[in-house]
Design a protein around this ligand. Structure first.
Ligand code: C2E
Ligand code: CA
Ligand code: CA
Length: 650
């Protein structure tokens, strides 16, 4: 039932109950007033009749005392005299005197009246009202034994009818007025009630369909809007005109970090600021809604594909402008997923789901925005199926480690390896970490997974030691592992159990992850430090953390991200970043490893900048343990030196 129906029903109910009440009150009022007027009329009538009877009795007595009673019946003049005394309304007049009965006026209809007969027979003075052909009559029977005289008088009433008609006229008018007044009052009240009802309904509807923080329409509104949108006309319009509507899912990047480090109030202010910006989108057919948390939805109608893309670009640029919130300036960014109707789905849920898949893609690859394509969906289906197989894969030991050498420049001697996990999937073949690491990190198996990797790495280290190869192994850990209270003791037990020197194990944690909860990172790092393992900050330069943080973390290595290496030869800015980082790390007494070295030119450039440690396909791709063993032993055989020149093998 809609609100209008409810309000209409309420109005009808108020109106009907008021009319009902008016009828009941009027009925009571009429019946009381009618009885009252009738009683009053009757008592007036009786009084009048009694007076008349008294007069007549007196006159009769006077006449009777002088007349000869025996002749009374015969004497017409006496009769006439008596009849003359009677009012014209008197329709019956009978007297009983000296056992004689004289009917001066009589009518047959009251002869049958039981009341009159009883009064006459019992000689009891009495009176009553009787009805005759819509006329009210009153009869009075008076018996005075002293004078031996009884009189019956039946007369038409006047006062009674008058009183009743007088009262009934007014009663009718009053009832009519009362009735109308009630109807009007009821109409007025019901209008008032329904107005209030509608007002409070509107308010409730607003509260249910809007987000209180930003004032934007919310998810409920979106679904309601979609219900009203997918009409046959709109569906046809999109088919005929070849236009589309686009749904944009906008998700703030690293909002959780801001919330965690700056507090929720700052987070709220940031959301408000973003919502104000989105409201200012110039596209006239767009509607902005808050979808939940740090996600917004823009619904834009009547677009062609190039408009849709330029709107996505606008959104990304608009949100990228620095925002000042509570004295902080944030350089936020957003990831936008775009899905079109009807191409990306016929139902709102499908369109939203696909926009979401596109948004994750944009976020993962830092693309700013991504338009949904079917292959993304297939990929996401695939990932969901992988998630379901994690547990079994761990049990069946389908995860294996490959090792990528880290070399020392300029001689390119291997000084250690980085363990990189691969999933040997029975159906899909070898899956690379980018296919599953984030699934693992979001699952409940993240601790078990890292322990498994640590165990494999330490066992491998032992095996190499047993073969006379002393090689340090770096293991990547996930930020979630910092929350594992058993991580340090587990590692310590492994080292003891396999008799592996702690300094041969290195833990790599990405810069982003290490900065999210700096206190927790520092606490775990200091425990690992005590254990004697080496520590690295991975992918340095990709996160948004300040350089000042490094000095607070007791780490041994800083790994400069591959993104700086790619153009180090051609882009002087990358060169500048790398050389400054090298200087900085040297000052902070930390070793630097440059990642992703693929060409001789890059290697030479890095060496010229003072880089001493590097990793990349130029030296070696990640290899299986056997390949590494083979590589190292072959080299060992060639030279007695532990340090091997990898270049000779490539
Ligand atoms: P990462 O720690 O930055 O690892 C280096 C990645 O760069 C490896 O990719 C490696 O194969 C690749 N790489 C090395 N040299 C070059 C190069 O010269 N050019 C190019 N283009 N790439 C190069 P991989 O093995 O696919 O690993 C990807 C990421 O997965 C790793 O990035 C790491 O973050 C994560 N990962 C790998 N193994 C594990 C693990 O056991 N645990 C956790 N938590 N993460 C892991
Ligand atoms: Ca790494
Ligand atoms: Ca890295």
């Amino acid at each position: 039932m809609t609100n209008t129906d409810l309000s209409l029903a309420l109005r009808k109910r108020v109106l009907y109950s008021s009319i009902g009440l008016a009828i009941v009150v009027s009925a009571i009022f009429i019946s009381v007033a009618f009885n009252l007027s009738r009683d009053l009329g009757q008592s007036l009538e009786l009084e009048h009749s009694n007076k008349m009877l008294l007069q007549l009795t007196k006159s009769i007595k006077a006449i009777v005392s002088t007349a000869d009673l025996n002749e009374l019946s015969l004497n017409e003049s006496v009769k006439t005299e008596l009849i003359a005394l009677l009012d014209k309304d008197v329709i019956g007049f009978e007297i009983w005197v000296n056992n004689k009965h004289f009917k001066l006026r009589n009518s047959s209809f009251y002869a049958q009246d039981e009341g009159i007969a009883t009064a006459i027979n019992t000689k009891q003075s009495s009176y009553d009202f009787i009805e005759n052909e819509a006329e009210m009559l009153i009869w009075v029977y008076e018996n005075s034994p002293l004078d031996d005289l009884s009189i019956l008088m039946v007369t038409k009433t006047h006062a009674l009818d008058k009183a009743i008609s007088y009262v009934s006229n007014r009663l009718f008018i009053t009832a009519f007025l009362t009735f109308w007044l009630t109807v009007w009052v009821a109409l007025f009240i019901s209008a008032l009630i329904s107005k209030r009802f509608e007002q409070s309904n509107d308010r409730l509807k607003y509260l249910a369909s809007h987000d209180m923080l930003t004032g934007l329409p919310n998810r409920t509104y979106l679904y309601d809007y979609a219900l009203s949108y997918f009409t046959p006309e709109n569906v046809k319009k999109h088919q005929d005109l070849d236009t589309l509507f686009a749904i944009y899912i906008i998700d703030l990047d690293k909002f959780k970090d801001i919330n965690d480090t700056m507090g929720h109030l700052v987070g709220d202010e940031l959301l408000k600021a973003i919502s104000r910006r989105l409201r200012n989108l110039k596209e006239k057919n767009s509607q902005v809604m808050r979808y939940g948390g740090d996600e917004f939805v823009v619904w834009c109608d009547d677009l062609n594909e190039s408009d849709a893309i330029s709107l996505a670009e606008d959104i990304v640029l608009l949100c990228r402008q620095p925002i000042k919130v509570s004295n902080y300036v944030f350089e936020t960014s957003v990831s936008v997923g775009v899905a079109y109707y009807p191409a990306s789905g016929q139902q709102l849920d499908d369109i939203l789901k696909n926009a979401d898949i596109a948004m994750y893609q944009a976020k993962k690859h830092r693309l700013g925005y991504q338009v949904f394509q079917q292959e993304l969906f297939t990929r996401s289906e695939f990932r969901i199926s992988l998630r379901g197989q994690l547990n079994a894969a761990l049990e069946k030991r389908q995860f294996v480690l490959h090792y990528q050498p880290k070399v020392q420049l300029p001689e390119n001697n291997i000084v250690g390896v980085e363990a990189l996990v691969r999933w040997l999937h029975p159906k899909e073949g070898m899956l690379m970490p980018n296919m599953f690491i984030d699934i693992v990190e979001q699952s409940m198996f993240v601790h078990e997974f890292t322990r498994y990797v640590l165990l494999q790495a330490i066992m491998q280290c032992r095996e190499w030691l047993d073969n006379g190869i002393e090689l340090s192994i770096a293991v990547n850990i996930s930020p979630y592992n910092l929350m594992d209270p058993e991580l340090v003791s587990y590692l310590s037990d492994l080292l003891k159990h396999y008799q592996v020197p702690a300094e041969l194990i290195e833990i790599e944690l990405t810069e982003n992850a290490s900065m999210v909860n700096i206190d927790k990172t520092r606490e775990v790092f200091s425990q690992l430090n005590k254990l004697g393992v080496k520590l690295s900050i991975d992918d340095f330069g990709t996160g948004m953390s300040s350089l000042a943080y490094i000095k607070h973390l007791d780490v041994d290595y800083i790994k400069i991200d591959r993104s700086f290496t790619i153009d180090v030869v051609t882009d002087s800015r990358d060169e500048a970043v790398i050389s400054s980082l090298l200087v900085l790390c040297q000052k902070l007494n930390k070793l630097t490893i440059v990642e992703g070295v693929e060409t001789i030119e890059q290697a030479n450039k890095l060496a010229s900048l003072g880089c001493t440690l590097a990793q990349g396909y130029l030296y070696s791709k990640p290899l299986s343990a056997e390949e590494i063993t083979h590589l190292l032993s072959k080299r060992k055989a060639e030279t007695d030196n532990k340090i091997i020149n990898i270049k000779k093998f490539n």
